[in-house]
Ligand binder design. Structure first.
Ligand code: ADP
Length: 201
């Protein structure tokens, strides 16, 4: 696989993969995650790309959700169809806007990953791909966001009944390097024999 960056394989067989540079709208995992905003009505960045590639049925589902629950708070996640995407579903989560780091941004960002994995697992999804949430328009420093994202996935995976593979899809080379470094560091902090870290370089 040309865009493979690194992989963590856990003793229970579950896997966390980092891939990139890559476009998440092309992902073939059963679900992809959208870095949405609270309105769920679309936006720029990865959100715009997902709605453009997936077509209007995603927005129609989002409107139904908003009619029922109102806007989606940061740190929560909901699921819709994937429309025309290869992925059958889109999990929409709202990252925190970074305001200096003292407004519980780290907890909210970790919650995005945990909640998205929980929602996917509740829908019997086996594989799920995330973009780097909050590190675009929402301004989260990537080196901090990478460690939070990877730790949240590592913490969530043991509890899933269905999700076996989580893929983090990084848009550019600098993001790949940052996530790879964070993954290697965190894997060294886990108990011996609980995880295997491999990288492509
Ligand atoms: P946020 O508002 O949560 O910061 P953005 O969409 O602005 O979300 O950016 C989140 C991350 O997604 C950024 O690192 C950006 O480079 C990346 N990104 C943008 N488009 C894509 C895409 N098509 N596939 C994967 N990642 C993308």
């Amino acid at each position: 696989m040309s865009d493979y960056v690194a992989r963590l394989t856990f003793a229970n067989g579950k896997t966390l993969e980092l891939v990139g540079p890559a476009d998440i709208t092309k992902e073939t995992t059963e679900a992809i995650v959208n870095a949405a905003n609270s309105s769920l009505l679309g936006g720029g960045g990865v959100d715009g790309a997902i709605h453009r590639a997936g077509g209007p049925s995603i927005l129609a589902d989002c409107r139904r959700i908003v009619a029922k629950i109102g806007t989606l708070p940061a740190g929560k996640a909901v699921i819709t169809t994937g429309g025309r995407l290869a992925a059958e579903h889109v999990v929409h989560t709202v990252g925190p806007i970074y305001r200096g780091g003292k407004q519980r941004e780290a907890e909210t960002l970790a919650s995005c990953y945990r909640e998205s994995i929980r929602v996917a697992d509740d829908h019997a999804i086996h594989s799920l791909a995330f973009p780097s949430i909050s590190t675009g328009a929402y301004g989260y420093p990537i080196h901090e966001a990478a460690a939070i994202a990877i730790k949240a996935v590592i913490d969530s995976l043991p509890d899933t009944n269905h999700v076996q593979l989580v893929r983090l899809v990084l848009f550019d080379i600098a993001d790949c390097k940052m996530y790879e470094r964070a993954a290697e560091k965190l894997s060294r902090e886990l108990p011996e024999n609980s995880v295997t870290f491999e990288n492509a370089s």
